[in-house]
Design a binder for this molecule. Structure first.
Ligand SMILES: [Mg+2]
Length: 218
């Protein structure tokens, strides 16, 4: 494989934050934003804040997921970037602190090879307010990148990770090329490349540069 492109989803591959979209449809956006703010102040770590936000969704009908899937807006250039990467023989992946139930369909339509994200626990068509399975945090994102690279025989120098938040720090450091997209300061300081324009297509020259590195794996 030519290389591995791994992208964060919330505010990177998508213009939106998935959990906030679900909360808005559930009518609990204000409460969710309070928790987000507390997390930003450092009062909660990512897992705690995710669990607290999902707890607010208890009792919600799962039909909300289809509604949210219908309003997703990819970042300008995101679909073109994936298309070009695939045409050039890259493996593509989304790794997300968001949710499979929301992003899998779009990922499949875009031809993305792998998705690693959280799952809502849903019983009898309703949200239980709990996360199903392990929480995908910064460490899990890095592990996903390493796992996909190993599975496809892609050497580190031909791995590219893109993200915007503190949660993407570990995977940007682990990747051969770490791209900070319109990113928070904590991420910018570890990035190899900073993209501040509107479009993810600006990342393409850095994939082409990464593809030149390292001996081809057979
Ligand atoms: Mg993000």
């Amino acid at each position: 494989m030519t290389g591995l492109l791994v992208s964060d989803v919330d505010s990177t591959f998508l213009t939106q934050e998935v959990i906030e979209l679900v909360a808005e449809h559930a009518g609990v956006r204000d409460q969710v934003e309070e928790i987000t703010t507390a997390a930003m102040r450092g009062e909660l770590d990512f897992s705690q804040s995710l669990r607290a936000r999902v707890a607010l969704l208890e009792g919600l009908d799962e039909s909300v997921l289809a509604a949210v899937r219908g309003v997703l807006v990819p970042t300008p250039g995101a679909l073109d970037l994936v298309r070009a990467a695939k045409a050039a023989g890259w493996v593509t992946a989304l790794v997300s602190g968001g949710f499979h139930e929301v992003i899998d369909e779009l990922a499949a339509e875009a031809g993305i090879d792998h998705v690693r994200a959280n799952r809502f626990e849903i019983v009898d068509g309703r949200f239980t307010g709990r996360v199903h399975g392990p929480i995908i945090d910064g460490v899990a994102k890095r592990e996903a990148l390493e796992e996909f690279a190993a599975r496809h025989g892609v050497p580190r120098e031909r791995t590219v990770a893109m993200g915007d938040g503190a949660n993407d720090r570990e995977m940007l450091v682990a990747a051969g090329t770490g791209i900070a997209f319109r990113a928070k300061p904590a991420l910018r300081e570890v990035a190899d490349v900073i993209v501040d324009g509107e479009s993810l297509w600006d990342a393409w020259p850095h994939l082409e540069a990464a593809a030149e590195r390292g001996a081809p794996v057979r």
